[in-house]
Design a protein around this ligand. Structure first.
Ligand SMILES: [Zn+2]
Length: 265
């Protein structure tokens, strides 16, 4: 830009002490506000955890759980860090948080919402799920659902609201879990920034590992608010996908039976 200015304008701009000074102050303030999360700064809790994860060769994508790498009190420290940066986001949006009573506590509320509520599935350990031996040797199709899903897309952090149905074909050696535990595991997996295709696979993995059934099916149908609120602003966009494993893959009749039992009410 500067190169295109006539020489006189350039000279005028650079010799205007007040302008140069205010620009320098602005730049320093901006750097202080924006560079902290990107620089290797081991003083921040998030960076210490990051280094731990890298050292362990552990993936930490938006939908990964990192509970095992957090020490006592670090979740609260993460929340405080998010609050600080959220405040900078509001400033960058030129919102007068000093005088606008509606936004005075917004950074604090958003940080709490992310870390303690909507993304808690990243920071909390696996919910305890007691498994029972299959004493009655049940080997018939079981369908659980619809389970309400509340998640957010990792592309825009916009809500995803939907339903999940789970089909299980146990065998005599399978472990069975209580009905409410399906919902708790589902909630834990979904309370992270997610991609629907990956969310159903993650949920299927968690269930398969615990139940060890002959067949497992997960169907998810959800509304992606990033499609309503922004972008194409389509009010009728539902995304539906499924994971079929074991007997559900091989046996078309079982698959049909499961799909016919899904309650669409
Ligand atoms: Zn999105």
């Amino acid at each position: 830009m500067l190169a295109k200015l006539p020489l006189s304008a350039l000279t005028a701009a650079t010799t205007d002490t007040a302008t140069v000074e205010s620009f320098a102050i602005e730049k320093a303030a901006l750097e202080a506000a924006s560079s902290a999360p990107y620089k290797l700064n081991l003083e921040t809790t998030s960076e210490r955890i990051r280094q731990r994860l890298i050292k362990a060769g552990q993936r930490f994508h938006a939908n990964d759980n990192i509970a095992a790498y957090l020490k006592d009190g670090e979740r609260e420290a993460i929340q405080a860090e998010v609050e600080t940066h959220m405040q900078q986001v509001l400033r960058a949006l030129v919102i007068d948080t000093d005088h606008d009573h509606n936004t005075v506590e917004t950074a604090k509320r958003v940080a709490k919402m992310f870390v303690q509520e909507v993304f808690r599935g990243r920071f909390e350990g696996t919910p305890s799920v007691t498994a029972f031996p299959n004493v009655s040797q049940l080997n018939e199709l079981m369908v659980v659902g619809p389970i309400t899903v509340r998640s957010a897309c990792s592309h825009h952090l916009c809500p995803i609201m939907g339903k999940v149905w789970i089909g299980v074909l146990p065998n005599a050696e399978s472990d069975l879990i209580g009905l409410s535990k399906y919902a708790r595991l589902c909630d834990w997996v979904m309370s992270r920034p997610q991609i629907q295709e990956e969310a159903v696979v993650m949920l299927a993995d968690e269930l398969e590992q615990r139940i060890r059934p002959d067949g497992l099916a997960v169907v998810m149908e959800a509304n992606h608010f990033c499609m309503h609120w922004r972008g194409v602003k389509d009010n009728h966009s539902l995304m539906k996908n499924s994971v079929m494993r074991g007997a559900f893959l091989k046996d078309a009749a079982l698959r049909r039976e499961f799909l016919s039992l899904l309650d669409k009410g």
